[in-house]
Write a protein that binds this ligand. Structure first.
Ligand code: ADE
Ligand code: ZN
Length: 338
C-alpha cells in the first residue's frame, strides 16, 4: 500500500485546529451575503489571492478580517459542521479544537453565540458520526490580561462545554508569563492548560509555557530545538507537541517543507503529532499535512503509524479510549498489510 493510501485510512485525532481557520472562501462570501457584511473581496479567487503571508501577523490580519462574517449561532454551526464532515472522511475519530471568543466579543458577537453554534455541531457529530471532541478556548495574547480574565469569566459559566484554555495570536514579544495569573485562575477553575509556544517566539517561551502556565501540551514548539536541554526535558516528560507543517511553511517559519522538524522530533523520542492549524488558509486539512510532510522529509510507514498513534496518546481522552484508538490503528495496519 502506498503511503498516501495508508494516511487516508489510518484512524487519528486532530489536536491543533482553530475552528475559525476552517472558514473556506466560498463560505466566507456566502456568510458575508447572508449577514450583510462588506468584505474587500469580490470573488473566491480574490479571497485566495490574499492568502500570501510573510509571517504570523500577516496571516492573523486576514484571519481576523475573515471571521467578521460569523455573526449568528448558525454561522458557527455551519462552519464547525463543515470541518467535522470533512475530517470524518479522513479517518479522524476525535478532535480537540480551539476557538477565539475574544475575537468575536470584540466585534459585538456574544460568547454564547459562538459557543452555542460550535457545541451543537460537535454534539451532532458525536450522535451522527461517532466523533468525539473537546473544546479549548484560546486567550488572545495581543490583548491585555484583563480581556483574558473577561473571557475566563464567561467560560466559567459553561464548564460543561469547555475543556481547556489555550494561548494564541501574535507571539513575538508576548511571552507566556504575561498570562501567568489568568492561567493560574483557569487551572484553579478546572480548565486544562495548553499554549502556542515556539511558533515564532524563542525556545524560552516554550520553557515558560511549561514552567509558568503549566501547560500539558505545547502547540507548535518548533523553536524548542534551539535548546537541547528543553528537548531532553520534553522527551523525558513525554510532553505532547502539536506540530502543523503546512502552517509553518505558509507562515515562513521554514523555507521549504523538507526543513520541517517532524522527523527529527520522532527520532528524538518526542511525542509529536501532525495537525492542520488553519486549514482553509494554509492549503490543506490534516491528511494533506501528513502526506506533504511525509513526502518532503521522507517518513516511512512506521513513522506515519507512529504519528497516528501519538495523536491518540497526546489527546485528552481517557486512557481506555486512547487504547481503543491504538487498537484500531493496529487493526487497520494488519488489514492493510503494511
Ligand atoms: N490563531 C490562529 N492560528 C494561529 C497560529 N498559527 N498561531 C497563533 N495564533 C493563531
Ligand atoms: Zn494554532
Amino acid at each position: 500500500m502506498n503511503l498516501d493510501a495508508l494516511i487516508d485510512i489510518l484512524p487519528k485525532t486532530e489536536l491543533h485546529l482553530h475552528i475559525e481557520g476552517t472558514l473556506e472562501p466560498e463560505m466566507m462570501l456566502a456568510l458575508a451575503t447572508r449577514n450583510g457584511i462588506e468584505l474587500p473581496y469580490a470573488s473566491v479567487a480574490e479571497v485566495r489571492a490574499a492568502y500570501e503571508f510573510n509571517n504570523l501577523q500577516d496571516f492573523l490580519d486576514v484571519y481576523y478580517q475573515g471571521m467578521s462574517v460569523l455573526i449568528e449561532e448558525r454561522d458557527f454551526y455551519d462552519l464547525t459542521w463543515a470541518y467535522l464532515e470533512k475530517v470524518h472522511g479522513q479517518g479522524v475519530r476525535h478532535v480537540e479544537i480551539f476557538f477565539d471568543p475574544q475575537a468575536h466579543m470584540e466585534r459585538g458577537v456574544a460568547f454564547e453565540t459562538a459557543l452555542g453554534g460550535i457545541t451543537s455541531a460537535l454534539e451532532t457529530a458525536h450522535k451522527e458520526m461517532g466523533m468525539s471532541s473537546k473544546l479549548i478556548m484560546c486567550f488572545l495574547r495581543h490583548l491585555p490580561e484583563e480581556a483574558a480574565f473577561e473571557a475566563l469569566k464567561c467560560a466559567c459559566k459553561h464548564k460543561e462545554h469547555i475543556f481547556g484554555v489555550g494561548l494564541d495570536s501574535s507571539e513575538a514579544g508576548r511571552p507566556p508569563e504575561l498570562f501567568s495569573r489568568v492561567f493560574a485562575e483557569a487551572r484553579a477553575q478546572g480548565f486544562v492548560p495548553v499554549a502556542h509556544a515556539g511558533e515564532e517566539g524563542p525556545a524560552a517561551y516554550v520553557t515558560t509555557a511549561l514552567d509558568d502556565l503549566k501547560v500539558q501540551r505545547v502547540d507548535h514548539g518548533n523553536r524548542a530545538f534551539e535548546d537541547p536541554a528543553l528537548i531532553a526535558r520534553m522527551v523525558r516528560d513525554q510532553t505532547p507537541l502539536t506540530m502543523c507543517p503546512l502552517s509553518n511553511l505558509r507562515l515562513r517559519g521554514i523555507e521549504s517543507l523538507d526543513q520541517h522538524p517532524i522527523k527529527k522530533a520522532l527520532q528524538a523520542g518526542l511525542l509529536a503529532t501532525v495537525n492542520s492549524d488553519d486549514p482553509s488558509y494554509f492549503g490543506g486539512y490534516v491528511n494533506d499535512n501528513y502526506k506533504q510532510v511525509a513526502k518532503a522529509v521522507g517518513l516511512d510507514a512506521n513513522e506515519i503509524v507512529q504519528l497516528a498513534k501519538n495523536s491518540f496518546v497526546a489527546s485528552f481522552i481517557p486512557d481506555d479510549d486512547k487504547q481503543k484508538g491504538l487498537d484500531a490503528i493496529d487493526n487497520c495496519v494488519n488489514h492493510a498489510k503494511v
